[in-house]
Design a protein around this ligand. Structure first.
Ligand SMILES: Nc1ncnc2c1ncn2[C@@H]1O[C@H](COP(=O)(O)OP(=O)(O)O)[C@@H](O)[C@H]1O
Ligand SMILES: Cc1ncc(COP(=O)(O)OP(=O)(O)O)c(N)n1
Length: 271
């Protein structure tokens, strides 16, 4: 007899270097013991030096992927990654609303750590209108929170204010991740604002490393995997923080420049 398998979905772009985007999401789902499905929105050609070009999938093809997954699989939670432009945002929002894939974690992928823009600037407004209200949890980094709220964020208080702003835009639970390259701080602190109004900080030591590709993808994918298991948002974000920290602190040697995180060590943390 086969055992029941918890299934989650990523709606994201593929990065050819395997470190970020859909590959990172699927590694993270696997590390957390969840079977992963993937709706491909775009693909980028990248290696450890960076991204050189990208292609966006046709909207009809994205809609078809939703249709066939819905027909067959019991998906319990999902996450979004690279949504690229207005067409992708519209087809994802229409199809997510029409299907029952459970809670949605929105990772607002706007720019990578190394400066590649993965969401057209002209699409920020539509993203705010159509994607943020679907979010059970939204996980912007410092930069993305500024772009989505239009706020300048300098202090920790600014981060708290930005989280409330994102909640007013319709996201139920908000996490604003700390800066990943601020060597002056001994810790990286992520601010969490829950639907109930409860708030707290998640904190881990700052790790100085070039091997940070796919941290945001993996973080949001573990949150989605935990929600697929029926766990609370509070438990999901805490486990994601711990697991991604373990994956950052024990780096892999892949590529010559900016490397991936270590999902095997994330898996040890999640067991
Ligand atoms: N240098 C670092 N040291 C420790 N934790 C980090 C570091 N960089 C990122 N993190 C953590 O990794 C998780 C993913 O965040 P982040 O890297 O900001 O996402 P993104 O890829 O969207 O920019 C967060 O919990 C963040 O605090
Ligand atoms: C196709 C694709 N999607 C997302 C990213 C970047 O992922 P993220 O984890 O948000 O950012 P980095 O930590 O890798 O900067 C990507 N590179 N490709």
């Amino acid at each position: 007899m086969t055992k029941p398998t918890i299934q989650a979905l990523t709606i994201a772009g593929h990065d050819s270097d395997g470190s970020a985007g859909m590959p990172a999401d699927l590694h993270a789902f696997f590390a957390d013991g969840v079977y992963g499905h993937g709706i491909l929105t775009a693909a980028v050609s990248g290696n450890s030096y960076g991204i050189t070009s990208s292609q966006v999938m046709p909207k009809e093809f994205i809609a078809e992927q939703f249709r066939v997954l819905k027909e067959d699989f019991a998906i319990k939670a999902a996450k979004t990654g690279m949504l690229a432009n207005d067409d992708v945002i519209n087809v994802v929002a229409d199809n997510y609303s029409a299907n029952d894939f459970g809670p949605l974690v929105v990772d607002p992928v706007i720019i990578t750590k190394h400066g590649a823009m993965l969401l057209e600037q002209s699409a920020y407004e539509l993203f705010r209108e159509r994607i943020i209200p679907l979010a059970t949890v939204i996980t912007p980094n410092f930069y993305e929170a500024q772009k989505l709220t239009g706020m300048e964020m300098q202090t920790k208080e600014d981060r708290v204010e930005a989280a409330h702003h994102l909640q007013q835009l319709g996201a139920k639970n908000v996490i604003i991740k700390g800066a990943h390259n601020d060597e002056r701080q001994p810790t990286v602190d992520d601010f969490v604002l829950l639907e109930s109004g409860e708030s707290f900080w998640l904190s881990k030591p700052y790790v100085k490393t070039d091997r940070l590709n796919g941290t945001g993808d993996s973080f949001s994918a573990i949150i989605a995997a935990e929600l697929a298991k029926g766990n609370s948002v509070k438990m999901a974000v805490t486990k994601a923080k711990d697991a991604v920290y373990a994956a950052i602190a024990n780096p892999l040697t892949v590529g010559h420049k900016f490397g991936p995180i270590n999902h095997w060590d994330a898996q040890k943390e999640l067991r």
